[in-house]
Design a protein around this ligand. Structure first.
Ligand code: ADP
Ligand code: ADP
Length: 226
């Protein structure tokens, strides 16, 4: 886990108007920050710069006390949780969660301990032999988070993870993500264009408009001073 610091971050595509325009946000260790705003305001661009999938035009980006401006995505130790969860359909829940540890060449005993611990935390311990295709949306989400936990990622990054779900499931998953984030205490950045998600999920909300950070406040402050 680590704090994420964005300092005067600018992103220009070509010579157009900046997609992200001088954005500074201090995200505390363990904090849950929502990036919200209309389509095209720069949310995904900002998230992709944090992950390292997009170059920063100017500004500074820190994860913990490391400056990561020029670090490749795999060297940033962040876990992106995708909309489709990017699980391996032919692998069991156990093997999906174990995957990053196998990739890192961890010994079998360590893999087993970590997978069992994570699956207990995520209440997946009774589903370890199942394949993703036989799981509910909420369970798949938890497997994806399990993979991030065993890696001991510094932060979770979500890009509109609920936008393809129906309203009922979206409500359930919202509750579940908020609960898990608090339980795990892992720094989280969550992109959405959904006002309800923005006002119910996070510790603070960053409102973007045309690349500018318009407001940065708790949901309560935003509610009282929209
Ligand atoms: P959001 O996620 O809030 O919908 P984006 O970050 O996708 O916004 O886009 C912000 C702005 O940057 C938009 O004007 C968009 O058209 C532009 N943009 C995003 N990606 C690219 C790209 N690869 N090349 C050029 N312009 C882009
Ligand atoms: P979102 O709203 O979720 O960001 P978009 O439809 O805006 O999705 O963007 C989808 C993809 O197209 C992104 O990878 C983005 O980088 C790219 N993109 C968006 N706007 C532009 C643009 N003006 N020129 C080139 N690529 C773009």
């Amino acid at each position: 886990m680590a704090a994420i610091t964005l300092k005067n971050i600018v992103k220009k595509y070509g010579d157009g108007f900046p997609a992200v325009n001088d954005v500074s946000i201090d995200i505390a260790d363990g904090e849950f920050v929502i990036l919200v705003g209309p389509s095209g305001c720069g949310k995904s661009t900002l998230l992709r710069m944090i992950v390292g999938l997009e170059d920063i035009t100017s500004g500074d980006m820190m994860i913990g006390d490391r400056k990561v401006n020029d670090l490749a995505p795999r060297d940033r130790n962040l876990a992106m949780v995708f909309q489709n969860y990017a699980l391996y359909p032919h692998l069991s829940v156990y093997e999906n969660i174990a995957f990053p540890l196998r990739l890192a060449g961890a010994p079998e005993k360590e893999i087993d301990e970590k997978v069992r611990e994570a699956s207990k935390t995520l209440e997946l311990d009774e589903h370890l032999e199942r394949k993703p295709g036989n799981l509910s949306g909420g369970q798949r989400q938890r497997v994806a988070m399990g993979r991030a936990i065993v890696r001991q990622a510094d932060a979770f990054l979500f890009d509109e993870p609920l936008s393809n779900l129906d309203a009922k499931l979206r409500g359930q998953m919202r509750t579940e993500i908020a609960r898990l984030q608090k339980r795990l205490g892992i720094t989280t950045v969550y992109v959405t264009h959904d006002q309800t998600e923005a006002m119910t999920l996070g510790d603070r909300v960053a409102v973007l408009k045309r690349g500018l950070l318009q407001q940065l406040a708790t949901p309560r402050e935003l509610y009282e001073n929209p």
